[in-house]
Design a protein around this ligand. Structure first.
Ligand SMILES: Cc1cc2nc3c(=O)[nH]c(=O)nc-3n(C[C@H](O)[C@H](O)[C@H](O)COP(=O)(O)OP(=O)(O)OC[C@H]3O[C@@H](n4cnc5c(N)ncnc54)[C@H](O)[C@@H]3O)c2cc1C
Length: 380
């Protein structure tokens, strides 16, 4: 008698996408293995700002290791015209260090029944009619009914599936040791700065004894990105703080028609190029796509349901984000002014809290026309 594969689901990568996938699949009763090249807790270049959507998916499954909860946001435009707005109804963003957060998700996936194998570098994925096989650097293989690729923005699974990326950005960050004055000054408040280069922006995120300061802009302008970060840190009066970590990472957004699955191999999170094109927020995209991938993979039914979920929910949000990025690139001063208004601030907080969909708002005729006239035309 022919035997089935040892695993129902093999997940490549133990970030938010892979661990939420493993959690969902194991909770549904599937035999799940996660293959991660590093060892948790591991550092990941990331602002660690969790939006409401990410909190809703995480809080029921783990104790979110929050370093701060943000109730106020200061906005500046190239360091000038600063203003601060405060939320009257709860935190706007929750701050985590990614090593803590991902480690907590890892423990949750294990509690749900997944096996996590660390120091397991995946080199390639292949598949036939009934199974998918992952080849590891130590020459071993793992065979499963379904493979979920969640190995980040430069992983091997995106290549196997043929994901096409049409936006690439470089994010640079420093983790700074916060003085007592810094802690008092920034507790509960973050800062966003709209940069000089179209589409770029910078952030200061407080995390108790650390401050995460970063900038992001289109790939291919490395020297300008570095200069922006250096000047931003100096402008914030933080140039003499001890740098605990200094790192960079590429973010890549999929094109609208790119596949998120090939046969029995599904990709989720950054591996699928799923992140918000304007803010480059990706944790909520990783958690949503990971949860769907895990649920569909464990269900044993038609895997194309995963493609449908991405197409119905995340693809329209990304299309809206592309339009807003285009508008923002042309008119950062206008975006700054809108955020200063009560309506603009309300929309911002509701977006961050997860009660507001950019795609839904852009479907309103008047908004759609106004955004198009200002240069944020729909693609195609
Ligand atoms: C500078 C910067 C700031 C950001 N700030 C924010 C923010 O504040 N909020 C937000 O929501 N998003 C932010 N993002 C985006 C966010 O970091 C990503 O979207 C998110 O990490 C995606 O999660 P993931 O699980 O898909 O991938 P990852 O978190 O990258 O996890 C991938 C995992 O796969 C493992 N792996 C990779 N290759 C292999 C392999 N071959 N074999 C085995 N394992 C492998 C890696 O070690 C890693 O653990 C930021 C991104 C950048 C670059």
């Amino acid at each position: 008698m022919q035997q089935g594969p040892e695993w129902d689901v093999a997940v490549v990568g133990a970030g938010p996408a892979g661990l939420s996938a493993a959690h969902a699949a194991a909770s549904a009763g599937a035999r799940v293995i996660v293959l991660e090249r590093a060892e948790h807790p591991r550092y990941k270049t990331c602002g660690g700002g969790l939006l409401g959507v990410s909190m809703r998916l995480s809080a029921p499954r783990l104790d979110v290791p929050a370093r701060d909860r943000i109730h106020a946001v200061t906005f500046t435009h190239d360091g000038r015209r600063g203003f601060t707005r405060r939320s009257a109804d709860g935190p706007v963003v929750t701050m985590v260090q990614r090593d803590d957060f991902d480690h907590a998700w890892c423990r949750a996936a294990v509690r749900a029944g997944a096996i996590v194998r660390e120091n397991a570098l995946v080199r390639a994925v292949s598949q036939d009619e009934g199974t998918a096989t992952v080849a590891l650097a130590d020459d071993s293989t793992v065979t499963a009914r379904v493979v979920i690729g969640a190995d980040g923005s430069a992983g091997v699974t995106a290549r196997h599936v043929g994901v096409v990326f049409d936006q690439q950005d470089l994010g640079l960050e420093v983790e700074l040791a916060a003085s007592e004055t810094d802690r008092r000054r920034w507790r509960g408040r973050l800062l966003l700065d709209w940069g000089r280069v179209p589409g770029s922006y910078g952030w200061l995120f407080p995390k108790g004894d650390q401050l995460t300061v970063g900038v992001i802009m289109a790939k291919g302008r490395g020297a300008e990105t570095k200069r922006y970060l250096r000047e931003f840190v100096a402008r914030l009066g933080l140039a003499d703080r001890v740098v605990l970590r200094d790192s960079g990472h590429l973010t890549r957004c999929r094109s609208d028609s790119a596949p998120v699955r090939r046969g029995r191999v599904l990709v989720a999170g950054d591996a699928a190029g799923l992140l918000e094109p304007w803010t480059r927020e990706g944790i909520s995209y990783a958690l949503r796509s990971g949860t769907w991938a895990g649920t569909v993979a464990a269900g044993g039914g038609d895997l194309s349901e995963y493609d449908r979920l991405i197409g119905a929910d995340l693809a329209p949000e990304m299309a809206a984000g592309r339009r807003l990025l285009s508008l923002f690139g042309r008119h950062p001063g206008l975006v700054h002014a809108v955020l200063a208004s009560p309506l603009g601030w309300r929309a911002f907080t509701r977006f961050c809290q997860g009660d507001f969909s950019m795609a839904r708002v852009l479907r309103r005729r008047a908004v759609d026309v106004a955004v198009s006239l200002l240069g944020g035309r729909p693609a195609g």
